[in-house]
Design a protein. Structure first.
Lengths: 1061, 418
């Protein structure tokens, strides 16, 4: 009989072959891997070898499974005993299951926002904007939204700490008061806008006469106040027809972003037949969110911004007939000439802003605005902002004093200079007594002797005067979770108040200074507390009180009590003003360098004070779409030409060494189209060493490169050396890896203002046609809307829809965080994001324009494949569009037809409903979705230990779970999820109307994304009712449907973007 | 040998009777369980199974006091007591007059004949009266879930009987084999085939049919049993304080929403907070059923000091055992049903005025919810302006039909699951 053999081994019957013959499977079954990777707590690093040793075979797996199935079945037969523990004395205002809302104020020393806090059974679970605010108008940024999660950070300090060990408040107070009177005391804080807190500090100074209060902001705006006579004016972007910005990212970072975003959107809306748009020109280095919204964006190096400002001054001066200044060369000549032309034509209705913290440049900018008569119209000096009072000069003095051992005691409040100021860690060594009010053991707190943790703002009383005569109140929405004490009370205690009560103190301050007694204080106080905001002209600042400078307001009034370091006139940085020619010569001195570095704030992370917040870490940067990272941004052209770095894209980056002076770090390079050539960017907020487990090891620290230049702290550095790739690779986790639309026109539709106003709709928003045939089988083109495979669903009552105005949308992503908070969206961590498993229900797609298109390729004789390949890469300075995408709630939803278990169906109100408890996880629906908006739960994110460090809402962390919205299910492993149009809000809104026996009002129900949008770009409503705002948007000529040609007929629609260019 | 074999025969005979007895018991238990269920759903609102009078007379020893044969008379009475009165039945008229001339409901068309019979069976053989009141009062802190064990007994008996039968068969087979071997050794002819086996080999098709039928029945029963998992109808746990709904809602006629006030506001009806109890119990420190014992527990919880008349003692939250626990993935809102839908509490919770300790009256299954949504109209629909447009549209669409919750979209998955 013939013998067939499979291998030489078999023929020779080697011992290896005989061994292997005993095994049933040549390779281990995948359960082996499962067992090793996920079921054992510490996977062995030995790789392959350890698989065999793990001893978790297929049979074991079956045994375990069989046992579990049996156990579960048995367990299911018994009635579980649940306890229900009602209140003994129920607070009158609490009804279990019904949310209470409190008006409050968010201010972290950097961002101000008037907010409403939603609490359920005494737990704050959601932050929303306060529509009564005349500053923020109901918007809320991503950082403000995320702040509720920081409240439940398990790494907050649980009580006072003395020399690294926990102690009691009594001991701390005793020891500190004993030591305080020893010598010079310095209070170092970020900007304080609370009149009461300022009062307390001045009382403290009275008790310890050697006290000085130094205000220091991580990102300083000192130069603006120096150029504007000591104040930072309010900028009114809504009143400006032409906006020219030099590196000011005013939509998400600069000064008061939520306010500016609302104002900016007013000028960009085309509602109700409006046919005008504001014009926005941006000169900047990195591609900022603001720049990406600009009609004309000019990339310039940081060293050129001063020259560009001078050029603009000169161009305007020649029109105004004033003397020109000396400018060293010309920058972006055409853009400057055009800008000058547009600005001059809109004198008094224009605005020039600048984000560089340089006094000379800011002085010239102020002069430009003066020349354009913008003061008094678009720039309001009377109602100036108090939110950024940081004084670089005072901080520098303090550092000197500390280094020279002149400071006996330092109290750090709401500031983390050890992280944000490069020189601080050295300087603090010579300070005798170091006290921090930090709520967590941050970089500064860990250098301090005593940490007296302050409340989180949601646990605390406070007041604020963000702008002149605009007041707002912070009220506690939860009892302090830990044994913390409000910093103001600590200061009061140390000033000798026996039983400090900050709440009463604020009330008495307000009663004394803000409300004349005859007006009835209690009513005023209650109303202010209810509204959260109040516009008050303080009694103390009336012209009749002679000791106070008129118009200097409440905060200034307080300054009288304070002993300022260098006399009253310098309290707000009023110094001898630079003349314009001096400015010009200072600007001319900046010759720049071959490579210049710009440090910038990311939209999510900002200055990094919330780095331990997983929502913000997983928040995709609106421009780069990167999560959990910072990186060196570099123009792809530079990468190719200068460093021969491969543009590895969004998945993997080359690590390079960055050297400035003596500082050297290694960081990955991220290809960023639009970045000015010869420059690189690096974001603040990362590389935290002592923020907590979430922030640990994420990114690199950028603050160390801040430079002291011309009397201010500046964020641009020349003389930077970037090495070639050092051979290391860095993994990025980006949520979008395709950057251009590849010539498709049914994704984002855009046109320009001229075409929009003058041409018929067919030219700029043509009907989407598909091939059809009539009864005689003649083919013709017909509207896609009429090509129906299925009958329409009956929607007798409501038909919910969402409209997204691409003209208003600035791409800030506040909706993403809002949605996560509202809908219990889990955080999955960097590894999972890299596997495209992020769970956000709403994403903001960002597309760059490309230099290539099919027509151009054809002209140049390029083949189709070659053209498409070139269309994949963005222009060197691309135009950018943002498009929020969530479930489109299709009327003919492709997901519904493929679900084998009917877990996703259509409701009678037009919602594509996803029923988790019915879903068996085939993922057919996700595969069939043209918009890719469905998210699959690969794990039990709330129970799996793999995610314990990143996902706040795990069983392991009772504290983090408190942020969950009890009206929304926490989804389990193996089910699909997606946007529900906030059905819990719809149901709640309808029920309220039903119970009150009235009709549902338009705008009464707002989705989470809509509520948080500072630009009001999202409108939710009933499409069956012709009177609603959304129906008006539906009839707007700009309306189009995403991928209309596929015929799924979404209930979500978009309004065409119109550029003013 | 013969003697031995006859003893075996005897054993078979005995086990046959035993098995029949088991079947009877099983059957009886089933019918009694049915009867109890029907009684609780239909009769318990007015009648107590013990001697105490509620709305109608207590039913203890009812069979001995009605005209004989009791079954026949009771059947007629329950089916249509009005007809029985009109027919001039003397006892029927006496009962009517003795009970304040309150007519009893007519169950003709409501309950089937079999159902009525099982109720009668239940009334004649009621379960032992719940004597655990005092015992539980002493052990109130020891909270244990109590499931209705009445239904699990027949299953156990059934299983035991099956096992016994199996043993008998196996023993029989073993015995036969032994005898075959013994015969072979002795050189005797092999045993004749048993009659059963002969019969079986002649009726293979019939056997197969019976086999399939058995399998179908078992599968059906298994399915039924599985569907009962997680359904805790009649769940009535012992509570830490023996609060009597009957006393409060029944005798004192306190409105349900006086205590469960959240039912009109929010999604949960809420276990009342102890300060609501104290509204009355500041003054009432002794009750009719348990005297001071149970009310003292409230005082202990809220820290009320009877002597000083102040809340100056330490407080301890009361850990009630949750009776109605809807699955997390189902959203239910009380106010929607109570305020908008104007549903009476009893529609789901049964007559709490007749029940001491709270129990889960309804199955709370999705099928139960949907059944109601299919049948029920929203009472205030025509008068509530919220529904005005919708009602007009639906009235046109479903001309003449009643507009139920279902037709208004009340079966949309996402209205409860999100």
């Amino acid at each position: 009989m013939k013998k067939y053999w499979q291998s030489l081994d078999e023929l020779k019957e080697t011992p290896e072959f005989l061994d292997s013959k005993k095994n049933e499977f040549a390779e281990d079954v995948p359960t082996e891997v499962l067992g090793r990777k996920y079921l054992t707590p510490n996977p062995s690093p030995n790789g392959e070898g350890s698989e065999e040793k793990s001893g978790f075979s297929r049979r074991d797996f079956l045994k375990v499974m069989g046992f579990s199935v049996g156990a579960v079945t048995l367990a299911a037969c018994e009635t579980p005993v649940n306890k229900t523990i009602p209140y003994l004395f129920k607070p009158e205002e609490i009804t279990p299951g019904i949310a209470n809302w409190y008006a409050s104020t968010y201010f972290d020393g950097h961002d101000y926002c008037a907010v409403l806090v939603k609490t359920r059974e005494g737990r704050p679970i959601k932050i929303e904007g306060n529509k009564l605010s005349k500053i923020t108008h109901g918007g809320a940024s991503a950082r403000v939204q995320a702040s509720v999660l920081s409240l439940y950070d398990s790494e907050r300090l649980k009580g006072p700490v003395a020399k690294g060990s926990e102690t009691t408040w009594e001991k701390v107070d005793q020891e500190i008061t004993a030591k305080l009177s020893a010598g010079n005391v310095r209070i170092l804080s970020s900007t304080i806008i609370s009149p009461s807190a300022k009062n307390i500090i001045s009382n403290f100074s009275a008790k310890y006469p050697n006290t000085k209060h130094v205000t220091y902001d991580a990102v300083s705006y000192y130069a603006i106040s120096k150029a504007n006579e000591g104040v930072i004016p309010s900028f009114n972007f809504d009143k400006a027809n032409v906006i020219v910005s030099f590196g000011a990212d005013f939509l998400v970072n600069w000064l008061s972003p939520v306010e500016h975003a609302w104002q900016y959107a007013q000028g960009r809306k085309l509602d109700n037949g409006k046919k005008t748009l504001s014009k926005h020109v941006q000169f900047e280095t990195i591609l900022s969110l603001t720049g990406s919204n600009a009609d004309l964006r000019v990339p310039v190096k940081p060293s050129q911004i001063g020259t560009a400002v001078l050029n603009l001054y000169n161009a305007l001066a020649s029109m105004a007939g004033e003397t020109k200044l000396n400018a060293s060369g010309k920058v972006a000549e055409q853009a400057i000439t055009d800008s000058a032309k547009w600005l001059w034509a809109n004198k008094g209705k224009s605005l020039v802003v600048c984000g560089v913290n340089d006094e000379a440049i800011q002085t010239v900018v102020a002069a430009i605005n003066k020349m354009l008569s913008n003061y008094g119209s678009t720039i309001d000096v009377e109602n100036y902002s108090n939110c950024h009072q940081g004084n670089d000069a005072h901080f520098a003095d303090l550092m000197d004093d500390m280094k020279n051992g002149k400071v006996a005691a330092l109290i750090v409040y709401n500031s983390n200079p050890a992280y944000t100021a490069p020189c601080f860690a050295d300087a603090i060594k010579k300070v005798g007594l170091k006290i921090s009010f930090s709520g967590s053991m941050d970089e500064t707190a860990s250098l301090c002797d005593y940490v007296c943790p302050d409340h989180h703002y949601l646990e605390s009383w406070n007041d604020a005067e963000p702008k002149q005569n605009q007041f707002s109140l912070t009220q506690p929405t939860i009892a302090p979770i830990f044994n913390t004490r409000c910093a103001q009370e600590s200061l009061m205690k140390w000033s000798g108040v026996a039983n400090p009560n900050y709440h009463e103190y604020i009330q008495s301050t307000w009663e004394r200074l803000l409300f004349p007694a005859d007006l009835g204080f209690t009513e005023h106080w209650n109303e202010s507390l209810h509204n959260g905001v109040a516009e008050i002209i303080p009694v103390i600042a009336t012209p009749s009180s002679p000791s106070l400078p008129q118009g200097k307001g409440f905060n200034q009034a307080k300054a009288v009590h304070e002993e300022q370091p260098k006399g009253e006139e310098e309290a707000h940085g009023v110094v001898n003003k630079m003349s314009l020619s001096e400015c010009a010569s200072i600007i001319a001195k900046d010759k720049g360098g071959d490579v210049e570095l710009v440090l910038y704030e990311k939209t999510g992370m900002g200055i990094g004070n919330q780095a331990n917040n997983p929502w913000l870490q997983e928040f995709p940067d609106p421009i780069s779409k990167c999560t959990w990272d910072n990186y060196i941004t570099m123009n792809p052209t530079d990468m190719k030409d200068k460093y021969s770095l491969l543009e590895r894209g969004d998945y993997m980056g080359d690590v390079v060494e960055l050297t400035v002076g003596g500082q050297k770090i290694s960081a990955p390079v991220y290809p960023q189209p639009g970045q000015a050539l010869g420059t690189i960017g690096l974001a603040y907020g990362y590389g935290r060493t002592s923020a907590g487990k979430v922030a640990k090891g994420v990114g690199v620290d950028a603050y160390r490169f801040l430079q002291w230049k011309n009397g201010t702290v500046q964020n641009s550095v020349s003389g930077v050396k970037v090495s070639d790739a050092i051979g290391e690779k860095h993994e990025f986790a980006c949520t979008q890896t395709h950057h251009t639309m590849m010539g498709r026109n049914s994704i984002v539709q855009e046109t320009n203002l001229e075409t929009y106003t003058n041409k018929p709709k067919e030219e700029w928003n043509p009907m989407v046609a598909v091939a059809m045939h009539d009864s005689t089988a003649n083919y013709h083109e017909g509207p896609a809307a009429e090509a129906n495979l299925w009958d329409a669903h009956d929607k007798p009552g409501f038909r919910w829809g969402l409209s997204l105005d691409l003209n208003s949308c600035i791409g800030c992503g506040s909706c993403v965080i809002s949605c996560s908070a509202e809908n219990n969206v889990p955080v999955v961590g960097k590894t999972e994001v890299r596997k495209t498993r992020e769970m956000h229900w709403i994403r903001i797609d960002r597309y760059y324009s490309s230099d290539m298109n099919l027509e151009k390729g054809d002209e140049e004789g390029k083949g189709l494949i070659e053209s498409y390949r070139e269309m994949e890469s963005a222009s060197e300075n691309p135009k950018v569009v943002f498009q929020p995408i969530m479930c489109q709630h299709c009327n003919h939803a492709p997901c519904e037809t493929v679900c084998p278990v009917l877990a996703t169906t259509h409701s009678t109100e037009g919602i594509n409903q996803m029923i988790y408890n019915r879903c068996i996880g085939t993922r057919y629906c996700a595969n069939n979705c043209p918009y890719k908006v469905r998210r699959f739960n690969w794990f039990e994110y709330d129970k799996n230990n793999m995610f314990a460090d990143v996902n706040p809402a795990t069983w392991a962390n009772d504290l983090g779970r408190m942020v969950l919205n009890p009206d929304v299910v926490v989804r389990s492993r193996g089910v699909m999820e997606k946007c529900t149009m906030c059905v819990q809000r719809i149901q709640e809104g309808k029920l309220t109307a039903k119970k009150l026996e009235r009709k549902l009002m338009d705008g009464e129900i707002q989705t989470a994304c809509q509520q948080s949008c500072p630009a009001n770009a999202i409108i939710f409503g009933d499409l069956n009712n012709k009177e609603t705002q959304i129906s008006k948007h539906y009839d707007d000529e700009r309306r189009y449907l995403l991928l209309e040609e596929v015929g799924v007929q979404p209930n979500v629609f978009y309004l065409t973007k119109v550029r003013n260019a | 040998m013969n003697c031995f074999i006859s003893s075996i025969r005897q054993f078979y005979l005995k086990s046959f009777f035993l098995f029949t007895f088991f079947l009877l018991v099983v059957n009886f238990c089933f019918s009694q369980a049915d009867g109890e269920k029907i009684f609780k759903q239909n009769c318990a609102a007015c009648h107590r199974i013990d001697g105490q009078k509620l709305v109608g007379p207590g039913l203890k020893d009812v069979a001995s006091r009605v005209p004989q044969p009791a079954d026949e008379w009771l059947f007629k009475w329950i089916k249509n007591n009005v007809a029985l009165q009109k027919a001039g039945d003397a006892y029927a008229n006496k009962v009517f007059n003795d009970n304040a001339k309150l007519p009893m409901l007519v169950f003709e068309g409501v309950l089937s004949d079999d159902a009525i019979k099982s109720v009668i069976a239940y009334m004649k053989n009621p379960p032992a009266p719940a004597s655990n009141v005092t015992a539980a009062a002493q052990n109130a802190a020891l909270v244990t879930p109590q499931q209705n064990t009445g239904e699990s007994t027949p299953y156990i008996l059934f299983i035991v009987s099956v096992v016994l039968i199996m043993i008998v068969i196996i023993l029989g087979v073993v015995l036969r084999n032994l005898q075959t071997v013994a015969n072979a050794k002795k050189g005797l002819p092999p045993l004749a085939r048993l009659g059963v086996v002969k019969w079986a080999s002649n009726h293979k098709r019939l056997l197969a049919l019976i086999g399939i039928l058995c399998l179908v029945l078992i599968a059906g029963a298994t399915y039924q049993a599985l569907m009962e998992i997680g359904v805790y109808q009649t769940y009535k746990p012992v509570q830490p304080i023996l609060f009597s709904h009957q006393t409060h809602a029944g005798k004192l006629t306190i409105n349900c929403v006086y205590c469960h006030s959240d039912a009109e506001k929010g999604k949960t009806a809420g276990v009342p907070s102890a300060n609501v109890c104290m509204n009355c119990h500041k003054a009432i420190s002794s009750g009719p059923l348990t005297g001071k014992v149970e009310i003292a527990k409230i005082y202990d919880a809220v820290g009320w000091n009877i002597e000083t008349g102040k809340y100056d003692k330490p407080q301890h939250p009361i850990e009630w055992v949750r009776v109605h626990a809807l699955a997390d993935f189902a959203y239910f809102n009380h106010s929607q049903h109570v305020v908008v839908g104007k549903q009476a509490c009893a529609n789901c919770h049964g007559d709490m005025a007749a029940t001491d300790v709270a129990l889960q009256n309804s199955p709370l299954t999705m099928g139960w919810c949907i059944d109601c949504h299919r049948k029920t109209e929203v009472p205030g629909m025509t008068s509530n302006p919220y529904y005005a447009d919708l009602h007009k549209k639906l009235a046109e669409k479903y001309k003449g039909q009643s507009i139920t919750v279902e037709k208004m979209g009340g079966l949309d998955c996402i209205k409860c699951h999100y």
